[in-house]
Ligand binder design. Structure first.
Ligand SMILES: [Zn+2]
Length: 617
């Protein structure tokens, strides 16, 4: 048995552990910035261990890595058993101890050499190279944490492709000509030119918008236009609901499968557009090639929703101190079904114990204080990985449900649709149907050619209002329009704006009167006629509501009416709202509470149409 080396390094930093944790525990980026070579996943891995390789000064190191253990924001640790190279074993542990308002960062390594070479090389390398390199990165992170924002780290930058600068200049001009915000265009060009590899590998528009301090929607629109212009490419990541890693990747929506298998969790999962499909971008390889590289595969920030993870032997229990943000959590074991609900609240208990056992988890919710001592216990006869995770999904992901419901996406990527026959849940959408009042009479009165022009103009007006309110026009059917919105208030505002403009056109243009229905509920996405479309009872109900209109008004369901933003808007806009007494065709057995928004330009039932008669109040 050879002697084991123990290195203990410490740095006193000014930022508190909470501010340092997201940086220090991002081991993938840390390793890249500290100059640690990239790792490669070996095809053969033991269950529960990842086999990895790395090339260091001409030597290939191969090892099996145990799952990381951590308790945010205080400690993480990992152990490796080597199969080749100068080391036999290594354990790494980083502790972030609060010191006044700052942190004492203690970084320890226990390394067992595999032979003579290791006995000579390890102390030299660790003291002369690793310690100063790690110290420099930790101090840089302290600066970033003190400044309160994450900067683009100055890692290794890939060179641009030949002719890229000219292309960037052209693309920049094209984007500005498409009336996109010039400053944002410049920011994005700067990102493509200057961001480090890790940031460029996976551009997430909302996270970028948050960092730039600007509107998320604007940055998403910009990224979509930039993709069309050849600056970026996008892909759809299918995220595992358990580890939230991207387990399926597709360049097109048609490649998004409903059933995906996660190797790390050994589960099959069902994809839904609202949570598990994320749209991410990277530079177009014609401008800048970004190789997908990894420097660490299992660190705490790979799964930032997991605040604590511990590997426990049979019968083992372990207490960890945690600092938790308020919200909903769950304790579970990696390999077993179910879990125990936990809520973190100022009034919660300062400590609690959670035991994984073959009988499963208790159904009662545990309420924990933000600073809590949590004991994990394994009552299985085999080892278990226990973890505490936040149940909310990241809110800075651009989900497929969201992006496919935007006008920009539908306009720029009209051919992006699901594989024929595939149906995917998109969560709840607000569905708007409109129709033109007495269009047959209009055709008769003004002639087909002129009437057709008027109908086209009315589509343009509707589309403009829909896009202005973050909705998307899905299709037109005759004189009717189907549009979708994420928020009910957007649908109501868009419709009433378009309805007013069409009923009271400028000059002597012929007024046109809209009928409209709005409903909010779960929808299914499908591909119809090569385009992304929606179906389900929410869509059917919205279309039936149109028939209950007299013209110039809007009929909506109680799901829309009771939405807080809709209530606020209708009150502020001083529109009258009345109950509608009617049964919906085909939905006899279901009771609907329906409401009509009465506008100043509403047409009374049976009104004649030399131009709509309007009721003023
Ligand atoms: Zn997984």
């Amino acid at each position: 048995m050879t002697r084991e080396f123990h290195f203990r390094w410490q740095w006193d930093l000014r930022s508190p552990p909470e501010a340092l944790w997201p940086l220090v525990a991002d081991t993938d980026r840390f390793n890249a910035e500290a100059g640690v070579p990239e790792v490669h996943r070996a095809p053969r891995s033991e269950p529960g261990r990842q086999r990895l390789t790395m090339k260091v000064t001409g030597m290939t190191l191969e090892w099996d890595e145990a799952p990381y253990e951590w308790q945010a924001p205080r400690r993480f640790a990992v152990e490796r058993v080597y199969r080749s190279g100068p080391m036999a074993r290594m354990r790494v542990q980083a502790d972030l101890e609060p010191r006044g308002t700052g942190t004492r960062l203690v970084y320890q390594l226990w390394m067992a050499p595999s032979g003579l070479l290791g006995r000579i090389v390890i102390p030299l390398r660790m003291n002369l190279l690793t310690k100063p390199a790690f110290g420099a990165v930790f101090r840089k992170y302290d600066e970033i944490a003190m400044a309160g924002k994450r900067e683009e780290a100055a890692g290794e930058r890939a060179a641009l492709e030949p002719g890229a600068e000219e292309r960037l200049a052209q693309i920049g001009k094209a984007l500005r000509d498409a009336s996109l915000d010039a400053e944002l265009v410049e920011n994005l060009l700067g990102f493509v030119r200057g961001s480090d590899r890790l940031s460029a590998m996976r551009l997430r528009p909302y996270a970028l918008a948050d960092r730039w301090g600007t509107s998320r929607r604007k940055v998403l629109d910009l990224c979509l236009h930039a993709t069309r212009a050849g600056l970026l490419v996008f892909r759809w990541d299918m995220l595992c609901p358990s580890c939230r890693g991207a387990k399926g990747i597709s360049e097109t929506l048609a490649g998004v499968k409903r059933q995906v298998h996660c190797e790390s969790c050994n589960i099959d999962f069902e994809v839904d557009f609202e949570r598990s499909v994320e749209l991410t971008f990277r530079p177009n390889p014609a401008v800048r090639k970004v190789d997908i590289v990894e420097f660490c595969v299992g660190g705490p920030r790979m799964t930032p929703h997991i605040v604590a993870q511990q590997v426990l032997a049979p019968g083992e229990s372990r207490a960890v101190d945690l600092a938790l943000a308020p919200g909903a959590y769950r304790v579970r074991s990696r390999s077993d079904r179910g879990g125990q609900h936990v809520r973190v609240d100022a009034a919660g208990a300062p400590s609690a114990a959670f035991a994984a056992r073959p009988e499963g988890w208790p159904s009662a919710e545990t309420v924990l204080a933000p600073k809590a001592a949590v004991t994990f216990e394994n009552r299985f006869p085999e080892p278990r990985i226990l973890l505490l995770e936040r149940t909310a999904w990241a809110d800075d992901a651009v989900t497929a449900a969201e992006v496919t419901g935007t006008q920009t996406f539908r306009d720029l990527f009209a051919r992006e649709a699901l594989r024929p026959g595939e149906e995917i849940e998109v969560g709840s959408l607000c569905v708007l149907f409109t129709d033109l009042l007495e269009s047959t009479r209009m055709y008769r009165e003004v002639g087909d050619a002129k009437a057709f022009g008027l109908v086209m103009r009315h589509f343009d007006v509707l589309k403009r209002h829909i896009a202005d309110h973050d909705g998307a026009l899905v299709k037109t059917i005759g004189d009717a329009v189907l549009a979708v919105f994420r928020r009910p208030v957007s649908a109501v505002r868009a419709l009433l704006g378009a309805s007013r403009e069409l009923s009271r056109p400028a000059g002597d243009a012929r007024p046109m009167v809209l009928k409209a229905g709005v409903h909010f509920g779960p929808c299914i996405a499908v591909t119809l006629n090569d385009r992304l479309d929606y179906f389900g009872s929410t869509v059917n109900i919205a279309s039936r509501l149109v028939g209950l209109c007299s013209g110039g008004d809007l009929v909506m369901s109680s799901e829309v009416r009771r939405d807080a933003e809709v209530e606020g808007y209708l009150k502020e806009a001083a529109f009258g709202v009345e109950d509608v007494k009617a049964a919906l065709k085909g939905f006899d057995e279901v009771r609907f509470d329906l409401f009509r928004v009465v506008t100043p330009w509403v047409v009374e039932k049976g009104g004649e149409s030399a131009g709509p008669k309007t009721k003023r109040f």
